[in-house]
Design a protein around this ligand. Sequence first.
Ligand code: DAH
Length: 347
Amino acid sequence: MSIADDLLRLTNEAQQEIAAAADLDSLERLRVKYLGKKGSLSLVLRGMGAVPPAERPAIGDAVNKAKTQVEELLATAQTKLAHAALEAELSAPKLDVTLPGRAHFRGRRHPVSRTLDEVVEIFARMGFRVASGPEIELDRYNFELLGMPEGHPARDMQDTFYVDVATLPGAPVGTVLRTHTSPVQIRTMLTQKPPVRIVCPGKVYRCDSDVTHTPMFHQIECLHVERGLTLAHLKGTLDAFVKAFFGDDIRTRLRPSYFPFVEPGCEVDISCVLCRGKGCRVCKQTGFIEVLGAGMVHPEVLRGVGYDPDEVTGYAFGAGLDRMAMLKYGLDDLRVLFENDVRLVSA
Ligand code: DAH
C-alpha cells in the first residue's frame, strides 16, 4: 500500500472518530492519537526512508496537508463541544447566591373584620355588651316578633333564603337564613329583663347579587331598652358612634322611614366621608350618604317579648358593616370584599 493510501485512510478514520467524540477529553485523546509525537501521522513520516528522494517533497507536502486537515477538524469539534458543555452548565439547576431573597408575606385582618372590631370597641366604651344569635333563624324571630306576621308586605323588602326543612332533620317549618341581625333583639329580650344594652355584629343573607349587593353581608345591630329613653338618646348615641368611627367633623341626619319593628322609624345619613359634605360621585352630589336604619322600638315588639311599653322604651338601629368598611377604606365595589383578593389582607 502506498503512503498516499495510508494518508487517505488515516484522515477518513480521524474524521469519523472526531465526529463521534462525545466530550473534550475524548477529543484530546484523538489529537494525541493522530498528531502526537508518536501519533499515526508522525509514523507515516518515519516511512519516508523507503521513499525515493525525488518523491519525498511531494509526500512531505501531502502529510502536512493531512495534518492541517485533522487540526481543523479537531478545532471545529472542540468549539462545538465547548459550547455544548457551557450550555449544559448554564441550564443545570444550581445555587445562585446573588439572587435577592424572597420577601415574606405579611398579612393583616380583613377590612370587614377590622371594621367590626372597631365598631364593637366603640360601643363597648359606651357600655354596650356583645350579643349573638344563629345565622339559621326561625321565621318567628326574623319576622313575626318584629312586626312582620306572615303575609305582611314588609317581608317583600328582604329577599329571603328559605331553608328546605326536608333536608335539615329537626328544623321547624319556617326556618330561614336571617335577613338581618334584628332577630337578636328578640332573642336577647326574651332571655333577659331590662335594662338591655347590646350590639350584635354578624353575617346576614339575602337572595340578591349585583354591584352593591352580595348574597351574604354583614350588619351590626344595636338595642337599648331602659326606663325613659327617647329619640334624643338614639340621636346622641348615633352621633357619638359616627364621630368615633369616621371622625369628629362627620354629621348625622335622620330621615323619617318605615320599619315594622320601630315607631317612629328613620333612615340615618352621615355627611359624606369622602368629600366631607361638599358633594361628590359617591354621595351623588348630595353631601350625605345613607348608612343605617333606626328607630324607637315598637310597643308591640316590647309587648311580644313580655316587656311593658308603659314602663320601658327603647331605641334600635341596624347598620351595614361592609358599607362602612368601604367608606372607611375607600373601596368602590362591594364585591371586592368577598373575592378573596389577597391584597385586601396584606400589610
Ligand atoms: N333590620 C333592618 C334592615 O336590615 C335595619 C334596621 C332598621 C334595624 C331599623 C333596626 C332598626 O334595629 O331600628 O333593613
